[in-house]
Design a protein around this ligand. Structure first.
Ligand SMILES: [Zn+2]
Length: 458
């Protein structure tokens, strides 16, 4: 066997082991054996760099440090899906399709709570990964995505294809990462989605490699060239070597669809990664043009969003936060709890009227949920667990500058009357930064994430 042949053999062994372990979840060789093959390949590549190939698994180790990310224009835009939030909205979605055509069925897939990515393969070799960005232009994150172990660097067929999927951080990786950050006194990530988004934008791919991201692939760009339905697309993706989420179903009727979503809503609590809904697509590609598109999204698909989870916890105190207009918002200080996959320690109480209407008192056991899955909110009090808590009293002085607060007639909010209140100015700055950034979609997304993150940390 020549050196070149041995290197090809090592790549085949390592990539099969990778696929068995990370994609099929059925390890076939020991970690020690894997490390030994990898070490042999690394050593041969350094001795014979002329034989090193693009798809070598040694590129998964990371080590590439970028100065920034290049822009990538998506040849086919990455569209977003319209959302439905209830069974009746789902039935309306179906009725709209039924008016246009018959002979359709649906495919349901779990909606993974991560970030979308588009992957390009040429003649079976992985060459580029791009983030969604604003849908038309994303960022080149190839060297980072290469470190994801379930990503095939070479497909089982030498085809040129673009596929799309979701990068996510499994709970195990997320907890590990936050434990490390805690021990090093670094700020914690608010939830796995933010951690995945922050990780994929690291300039040093070794850091990305250390954080154990994962990836599910769910669609083929210009899929009609390869297959004729979504269920076939998923099967074909698996055959090519991609990791496809196993919880997808082919359903024939709207009633079966409703049942499937109920069952997925139960299932999601048992999974080792976050999901935020179910993606529903008409299965038959030949109906797509007939059913059509809106300016923003296809009419043959929708995302059913799961209800925000509701969790009980202790209301330890009520503090006050001042906004850029001087509005003073009461904030619930909570015994930290896990809500929809992230730890919540603070939640909005909106204003004095909201607290009085719900009769929320310090020391109460309260029910917390995430409004629109983003900002936590105190929903109600578990009055059966109340013993001796006293009714809430609104403060009368600004928590920052101690100037008197004013409530305008007909309004629920209290305002700080000091025009130079330092509390206002700090928040004005944050608001200004976000407004400017909002004009650029990708940056806007980032700012929202940062603000969201600050909210959790504070
Ligand atoms: Zn003030």
């Amino acid at each position: 066997m020549t050196i070149k042949e041995r290197m090809a053999e090592l790549i085949a062994i390592i990539e099969k082991a990778n696929e068995d372990y990370h994609t099929k979840d059925t390890p076939t060789i020991s970690d020690a054996a894997y490390d030994q093959f990898m070490a042999e390949l690394v050593s041969l590549e350094s001795k014979y760099p002329e034989y090193k190939v693009e798809f070598s698994p040694t590129s998964r180790i990371g080590g590439i440090v970028l100065e920034g990310f290049n822009k990538v224009t998506h040849q086919v835009p990455m569209m977003s899906l319209a959302n439905v939030f209830s069974e009746s909205e789902l039935r309306s979605f179906d009725e709209r399709i039924a008016k246009i055509t018959d002979g359709y069925t649906y495919v349901t897939e779990l909606k993974i709570d991560g970030l979308a990515v588009s992957l390009l393969y040429e003649e079976g070799v992985f060459i580029r990964a791009a983030t969604r960005g604003n849908g038309s232009v994303g960022e080149d994150v190839t060297s980072n995505v290469k470190t994801i172990k379930s990503l095939p660097l070479r497909l089982h067929e030498p085809i040129t294809i673009e596929v799309r999927g979701e990068i996510y951080m499994p709970h195990k990786s997320f907890n590990q990462l936050n434990e490390e950050r805690l021990s090093q006194n670094e700020p914690l990530f608010a939830n796995p989605r933010n951690a995945a988004a922050g990780t994929i934008r690291q300039l040093d791919s070794s850091i990305v490699a250390s954080r154990n991201l994962d990836l599910f692939i769910y669609t083929i760009v210009n899929a009609k060239k390869y297959v004729s339905s979504q269920i076939e697309a998923l099967q074909y993706l698996k055959k090519l070597g991609f990791k496809v989420n196993p919880h997808h179903h082919h359903v024939k009727t709207i009633d079966a669809l409703v049942d499937q979503i109920k069952s997925d809503d139960e299932l999601r609590h048992t999974l080792s990664y976050d999901t935020d809904g179910v993606v529903i697509k008409v299965n038959e590609f030949h109906l797509y043009d007939k059913i059509g598109y809106t300016a923003k999204s296809p009419k043959w698909a929708t995302a059913y969003k799961f209800q925000a989870e509701q969790v009980e916890t202790l209301l330890k105190g009520i503090t006050f936060q001042i906004g850029r207009t001087g509005v003073v918002t009461p904030v619930a200080e909570l015994e930290p709890v896990l809500v929809s996959g992230s730890t919540v320690a603070r939640a909005t109480l909106h204003n004095e009227d909201y607290i009085k209407m719900k009769d929320i008192r310090i020391g109460d056991t309260v029910i917390v949920h995430k409004a629109g899955e983003i900002i936590p909110e105190v929903l109600s009090v578990v009055t059966s667990k109340r013993n001796g808590q006293v009714p809430f009293e609104m403060i009368h002085a600004c928590p920052v500058c101690a100037s008197p607060l004013k409530r305008h007639p007909g309004e629920a909010d209290h305002y700080c009357t000091n025009p130079d209140c330092p509390g206002k100015n700090i928040n004005s700055l944050i608001h200004f930064a976000s407004r400017v950034a909002m004009d650029i979609d990708t940056l806007g997304e980032r700012v929202v994430e940062i603000l969201q993150y600050l909210w959790y940390l504070n």
